[in-house]
Design a protein. Structure first.
Lengths: 314, 338
């Protein structure tokens, strides 16, 4: 027991939590924007994969990591636009379009990877982001090494949570976005273009998912492989429900998930607890489901979620 | 004028040609013309060829294409649901040897093979061959894993080593256990930690698992999966690679590691099919060190860094293994962190 405690109460554990949580925070906030506007973006898993591939390839050939991040974001934006075409302009089923988009994007990422890199005998690598110690802040005892000696993209994730909350709750754009997600007809009567709002939400959503993919391939790891996303997109969908469609709570959910994931990795490596390894790997998922069941009782999904908007329909 | 004579002569020529052709076709392999057609070999893989296991099979088949003149075609990322269809397509197109990694789709592969008794099938498998045409192979690289462990036991300063692997399946367990057994032989005080990431392809997670082990004191780590060497490099500890020589990933990090070489297996099975004497058998033995199917990766930069007594110890044990005087025990039980 002491062994576990001494492992958990050390800087490395909390730094790991932040690293594991970062792609989840990006993905969750991306999904949040789409869902608050009334579109369930199940393309998330595929968008993250395609953006990761595009970002990695760009960084590989240009040698610039930030150009890679930009490419990942733009890829996400394009995929978001495609989701908009399917679900907003054409008003197709959001479930089917989203799953279709995930299948398309994961297929494309595989296809383009082969086209660009052929069949390499060893994985093409880049030199990934190095942790960036923030001057002054990184020297704070305990907190410094945990929070302020991280990758640049981690700081971006930390900044994006309050920014998202501000944009959603304090700006007219955020109000319009939430309005089209709750009652698009009322918003339309008030002169808000539902189509434009939903498209914009999906573009932002795609961009943030692109950042999640970029983080996994260019900061956390230094190569693109096919399993690099490994279901993290689906976790984000669950974390939204857990976070009751609120950016702060969703980010907290991501951190909780990351905490349990970092903890299970340490439990596996400890001699104190010997359980089948599946139990450890399951822990973050089980606890998220349990948490979701408890927390989401009074959670209300955006009322117009999953409903395509037709102005002449009632 | 002469046409009257010419026609029967032409007809005669054609008849002779037809007879000769019929004779050539019926007599089959004995005729050189027919034998020159390259042997058609196909591989069906469940994962992309980047997967370390699959890559070793693929590389060996490419070598066979170059050195043995086979025609080699392959399909990757074939999910279980498609596995039978892809196998059948190759079988119907006249491929004479169909191979691949079958673990997840093993039952399917066996069922399809039974429908084509004249075609040779050889798949990666943890169980046995099936008459008349289903042969198996496996990555029996526990011997070099043991040797890597011997080095790890000597090189650890904290007496704590670690293994980060995909899943506790027999193929992985026996490597992890052999690694630990080797380490215990050279250092009775050594403890080993084992982590599984639950997936064959999730380098970010493997890296986190490795970082968690390093925090708990591990200073030599066996990188069964991608992502682990990067963590070792970042934290300045030593690592052992797996499946292929991955020293390039961290020349100052990767000491050595077991290498699986499928060439002896592929060479043997292709020559059996070529000679028309293929039978269902377990080709696993061709992955042992004595057959050249596995070995310890070159030390590269560590050739100068490893203490001479460690190198001698390993060389001696390697000699004993090759001579058949030492047997590395096969322990496929799930290892537990110490």
């Amino acid at each position: 027991m002491n062994e576990i405690l001494s492992q958990v109460f050390q800087v490395g554990f909390f730094a790991a939590v932040i690293r594991i949580a970062t792609p989840l925070v990006f993905g969750t906030l991306g999904e949040l924007f789409a869902e608050r506007a009334g579109v369930l973006n199940l393309g998330i898993e595929g968008i993250m994969m395609l953006a990761a591939m595009a970002g990695f390839s760009t960084a590989f050939f240009t040698g610039s990591l930030w150009l890679g991040v930009l490419a990942a974001v733009l890829t996400g934006v394009m995929a978001g636009a495609l989701m908009g075409l399917l679900t907003v302009s054409l008003g197709l089923s959001q479930h089917v379009s989203g799953i279709g988009l995930t299948l398309l994007c994961s297929g494309l990422s595989f296809f383009f990877y082969r086209l660009i890199f052929g069949q390499p005998s060893s994985l093409p690598k880049i030199s990934s982001f190095e942790p960036l110690a923030l001057p002054g802040l990184a020297d704070i005892p305990v907190l410094g090494p945990i929070l302020f000696n991280q990758f640049a993209l981690v700081y971006l994730a930390m900044a994006i949570v309050p920014a998202a909350a501000f944009v959603l709750y304090q700006t007219p754009w955020g109000l319009n976005l939430r309005a089209v997600g709750e009652n698009p007809h009322a918003a339309y009567s008030a002169g808000v273009s539902v189509t434009a709002m939903r498209y914009q939400a999906l573009l932002v959503s795609g961009a943030l998912m692109g950042l999640a993919g970029a983080f996994l391939c260019m900061a956390q790891y230094n190569a693109y492989t096919f399993g690099v996303i490994s279901g993290r997109g689906w976790v984000c969908i669950a974390l939204i429900v857990f976070g009751q469609w609120n950016p702060w709570k969703s980010a907290a959910g991501s951190i909780l998930f990351a905490c349990i994931d970092a903890l299970q990795l340490r439990l596996q490596a400890s001699s104190a607890v010997h359980l089948p390894y599946q139990v450890f790997l399951m822990l973050p998922f089980v606890l998220t489901i349990v948490g979701m069941a408890l927390v989401s009782r009074n959670a209300l999904a955006p009322a117009a979620l999953l409903k395509p908007f037709r102005k002449e329909a009632r | 004028m002469n046409s009257g004579k010419r026609v029967p002569r032409t007809a005669g020529t054609i008849m002779v040609a037809v007879l000769v052709a019929a004779f050539l076709l019926s007599s089959g392999p004995v005729v050189p013309l027919h034998a020159q057609a390259p042997l058609k070999v196909a591989a069906v893989f469940e994962t992309p060829i980047e997967e370390p296991w699959v890559n070793q099979i693929h590389v060996a088949l490419l070598r066979a294409k170059k050195e043995m003149g086979i025609q080699y075609d392959w399909s990757e990322s074939v999910k279980s649901a498609d596995f039978a269809r892809v196998m059948r397509e190759y079988a119907e197109k006249g491929y004479q040897l169909i191979t691949g990694d079958a673990f997840g789709a093993e039952r399917i592969a066996r069922r399809v093979a039974a429908d084509y008794p004249k075609i040779a099938f050889v798949f990666g498998s943890g169980i046995g061959p099936a008459e008349p045409n289903f042969g198996v192979f496996d990555n029996w690289i526990h011997e070099p894993a043991f040797l890597s462990g011997m080095i790890a036991g000597k090189m650890t300063k904290s007496n704590t080593i670690g293994v980060v692997a995909a899943m506790p399946i027999p193929e992985v367990n026996r490597l992890a256990n052999a690694f630990y057994a080797g380490a215990k032989e050279t250092n009775p005080k050594v403890k080993c930690k084992f982590s599984f990431i639950g997936s064959f392809f999730d380098p970010p997670k493997a890296k986190e698992a490795a970082l968690a082990q390093i925090e708990s004191g591990v200073d030599v780590i066996y990188a069964e999966r991608f992502g682990v060497i990067e963590a070792a490099k970042e934290k300045g500890i030593l690592a052992m690679s797996n499946m292929s020589d991955q020293s390039a990933l961290g020349p100052d990090t990767v000491i050595t590691g077991p290498v699986w070489d499928m060439w002896p297996t592929v060479k043997y099975m292709v020559s059996l099919v070529k000679a028309g004497v293929f039978t269902a058998q377990d080709f696993g033995g061709f992955s042992f060190m004595s057959k050249g199917g596995s070995y310890l990766a070159p030390y590269n930069k560590f050739d100068a860094k490893l203490p001479a007594d460690v190198k001698d110890l390993v060389a001696k044990r390697q000699q004993e293994i090759l001579a058949g005087n030492f047997r590395v025990d096969i322990d496929e039980s799930i290892p537990k962190s110490q």
